[in-house]
Design a protein around this ligand. Structure first.
Ligand SMILES: Cc1cc2nc3c(=O)[nH]c(=O)nc-3n(C[C@H](O)[C@H](O)[C@H](O)COP(=O)(O)OP(=O)(O)OC[C@H]3O[C@@H](n4cnc5c(N)ncnc54)[C@H](O)[C@@H]3O)c2cc1C
Length: 286
C-alpha cells in the first residue's frame, strides 16, 4: 500500500485520478482506518489531504463561512465565531464519537463515509451547505444533499474529492439546531437525526426554513415538505403538528435491533419538532 500526502489540490487530484488500483482519501481516519483493520477496505493508495491548506481552513467568504473538508469537530468547536452563526452544525460535529474521535473526525469524512446516520450531514443540509469538489476537470460545487446517493454510494466522480463546504450567509434572525436520538448517552450511531434551520421576520413568523433527517432512509434527506408547512407560521402548536406529520411522511427507515420502522418514524417527528423549536428560540436571539 502506498501513502501520499500532497500539499496541493492538483497534486491530490493527479494521484487519485492516476491510481491504478483502489484509491482512498484519508482525512481523520476514524472511519477509514477502522474499516482497513476490519478488512472491509484494502486500498492500494491512500491520499492524505490534511497537508492541503484549502482543506484545513475556516474563513468567512461572501458573508458565509467556508469550512475545509479536513477541519475537525474539535477545531470547529474552538472557533471563536462559527458557533454563534452555525450552532447546529458545530454541535452536530461535536456529537461524533468521543473527545478523542472529535479531535480527528472531519466533516468531509463524515459525509464521504456514506452513512445515512452521519451526524453532521443533516446539519449541513439544513444549513444549505454546498460542497466544493476538486477533480480532473477542475472544481465544481454540489449541494450536500446531492453528494450521497445511498449507503457507501457517493456522486463523486473518479479522481474527485471534497475540498471544503460553503455555508451561505445567515440572514438576521436565523439559526440552526441539530438533535439525534441514541440509546446511550454518547459513542453511538444515530437512530434518528434531525437538523433544522429557520429565518424569522420581525414579528417572529418563519420566512424560510430547511429540515433534514438522518437515519430514516437510504441517505440523509432534505425534507422540503416539512419546511413548507412551517413557513408563514410562528411555529405554533398547529404548525408543530404539521411539521411532525411531514417529517414522518418522509421516513422510509430500515427495521433493525436499534430501532423499528415505527419507532424511527415516530422519533423523526418528535426530533424535527424539537430541533425546530430550538432553532426558533436561537433565531429570536440571533
Ligand atoms: C469510536 C467511534 C465513534 C464514532 N461515533 C460517531 C458518531 O457518533 N456519529 C457519526 O456520525 N460518526 C461517528 N463515527 C464515525 C466517524 O468518526 C465519522 O464518520 C467521521 O466524521 C469520519 O471523519 P474522518 O475524517 O475520520 O474520515 P476518514 O476515516 O478519514 O474517511 C472516511 C471516508 O471518507 C472518505 N473521505 C474522507 N474525506 C474525504 C474528502 N474530503 N473527499 C472525499 N472522500 C473523503 C475516505 O476515503 C473514507 O472512505 C465514529 C467512529 C468511531 C471510531
Amino acid at each position: 500500500m502506498r501513502y501520499e500526502a500532497p500539499t496541493t489540490l492538483q497534486g491530490a487530484v493527479a494521484l487519485l485520478a492516476g491510481a491504478s488500483g483502489e484509491a482512498r482519501v484519508l482525512a481523520g481516519g476514524t472511519d477509514l482506518l477502522v474499516q482497513m483493520r476490519a478488512d472491509v477496505v484494502d486500498p492500494d493508495l491512500i491520499v492524505d489531504i490534511k497537508k492541503i491548506p484549502e482543506t484545513r481552513a475556516v474563513a468567512e467568504e461572501r458573508g458565509g463561512w467556508r469550512i475545509g473538508a479536513a477541519v475537525t469537530g474539535a477545531e470547529l468547536k474552538e472557533h471563536p465565531r462559527l458557533k454563534q452563526v452555525w450552532p447546529g452544525v458545530v454541535e452536530a460535529a461535536n456529537l461524533i464519537g468521543s473527545m478523542q474521535v472529535q479531535g480527528r473526525a472531519t466533516l468531509g469524512g463524515n459525509l464521504c463515509n456514506g452513512s445515512p446516520a452521519a451526524d453532521s450531514v443533516p446539519a449541513l443540509i439544513a444549513g444549505g451547505a454546498v460542497a466544493t469538489l476538486a477533480g480532473p476537470q477542475g472544481t465544481r460545487d454540489l449541494p450536500v444533499e446531492d453528494v450521497m446517493l445511498g449507503p457507501r454510494k457517493l456522486s463523486l466522480r473518479r479522481g474527485e474529492f471534497i475540498v471544503s463546504f460553503l455555508l451561505p450567509p445567515q440572514p438576521p434572525r436565523s439559526a440552526d439546531a441539530y438533535l439525534r436520538f441514541i440509546p446511550r448517552t454518547e459513542m453511538d450511531i444515530a437512530v434518528v437525526g434531525a437538523g433544522v434551520n429557520v429565518t424569522l421576520d420581525g414579528s417572529g413568523v418563519i420566512t424560510a426554513a430547511r429540515v433534514s433527517l438522518g437515519a430514516v432512509a437510504e441517505k440523509v434527506l432534505l425534507v422540503a415538505d416539512a419546511a413548507r408547512v412551517i413557513i408563514g407560521s410562528t411555529l405554533d402548536h398547529a404548525a408543530q403538528q404539521r411539521l411532525e406529520a411531514a417529517a414522518r411522511a418522509a421516513c422510509r427507515p430500515i427495521d433493525d435491533k436499534r430501532g423499528t420502522v415505527q419507532f424511527r418514524t415516530e422519533v423523526a417527528g418528535v426530533l424535527a419538532r424539537r430541533a425546530a423549536l430550538i432553532a426558533r428560540e436561537r433565531a429570536r436571539n440571533a
